[in-house]
Design a protein around this ligand. Structure first.
Ligand SMILES: NC(=O)C1=CN([C@@H]2O[C@H](COP(=O)(O)OP(=O)(O)OC[C@H]3O[C@@H](n4cnc5c(N)ncnc54)[C@H](OP(=O)(O)O)[C@@H]3O)[C@@H](O)[C@H]2O)C=CC1
Ligand SMILES: Nc1nc(=O)c2c([nH]1)NC[C@@H]1CN(c3ccc(C(=O)N[C@@H](CCC(=O)O)C(=O)O)cc3)C=[N+]21
Length: 161
């Protein structure tokens, strides 16, 4: 809510903000495009980016020409749950790309029979993006880290009451 600091931030959005800040990526004044508007990722991410003074565009399943909109972004947050949806030519050279997607795709070469990929085509995006999170090994572990941080903060608040 404007002007109010929540007691806890949602884990995934907070995790990706942590990734950005520790990587020295500024948000203020940047054009951020968030792909997805769910209550647990897209929407809270968009509000946190807005609070950090980004100009935010939200892409969803009814958005026309999503590639044209995403191509204008300085910061892309992919949270659509669509495997490899965002291609290299959808990304402005040098843009920061945060891939929240965790999609299970068949992979007969693996004993498990599947592998996890993000919403961004990593092979193509890695040639264009200035900064790109891994899947697995990116936002996911940050989500758990923020969950642990929220738990610790809750315990501290209890003790200090
Ligand atoms: N790494 C992590 O910590 C986390 C990862 N995830 C992953 O993030 C992804 C998204 O999760 P979640 O938000 O719960 O998913 P939801 O399915 O709840 O929301 C998906 C959103 O993406 C939009 N969307 C779907 N397809 C398209 C498309 N082709 N073009 C544009 N927008 C599209 C939907 O639009 P519409 O609103 O119109 O339906 C919806 O807003 C999943 O892969 C999930 O596994 C989720 C939470 C944490
Ligand atoms: N209120 C709410 N909050 C959530 O944060 C939430 C939710 N609901 N519903 C389900 C999604 C999904 N989600 C993931 C968290 C971590 C990984 C994760 O750590 N993935 C590993 C790969 C997983 C593996 O290797 O098995 C990674 O990206 O490195 C994935 C998915 C949180 N979610």
């Amino acid at each position: 809510m404007k002007g109010r600091e929540p007691l806890f931030h949602p884990c995934t959005p907070q995790g990706f903000l942590e990734l950005l800040s520790r990587s020295g990526i500024s948000i203020k004044g940047k054009h951020a495009v968030v792909v997805g508007r769910s209550n647990i990722v897209g929407l809270p991410v968009s509000l946190l980016l807005l609070k950090a003074d980004a100009t935010v565009t939200i892409v969803h399943s009814h958005t026309r020409d999503p590639d044209r909109i995403i191509r204008e972004a300085d910061i892309i947050v992919a949270a659509a749950g669509q495997a490899n949806m965002i291609k290299g030519d959808w990304i402005k050279p040098g843009a920061a790309v945060i891939d929240v997607g965790n999609n299970f795709v068949d992979d007969p070469s693996r004993t498990s029979g599947y592998r996890i990929v993000g919403d961004v085509d990593f092979q193509e995006a890695s040639k264009v993006a200035g900064w790109l999170t891994l899947v697995p090994g990116g936002v996911g572990p940050m989500t758990f880290t923020m969950l642990l941080k929220n738990t610790l903060d809750a315990a501290k608040n209890k003790v200090l009451q």
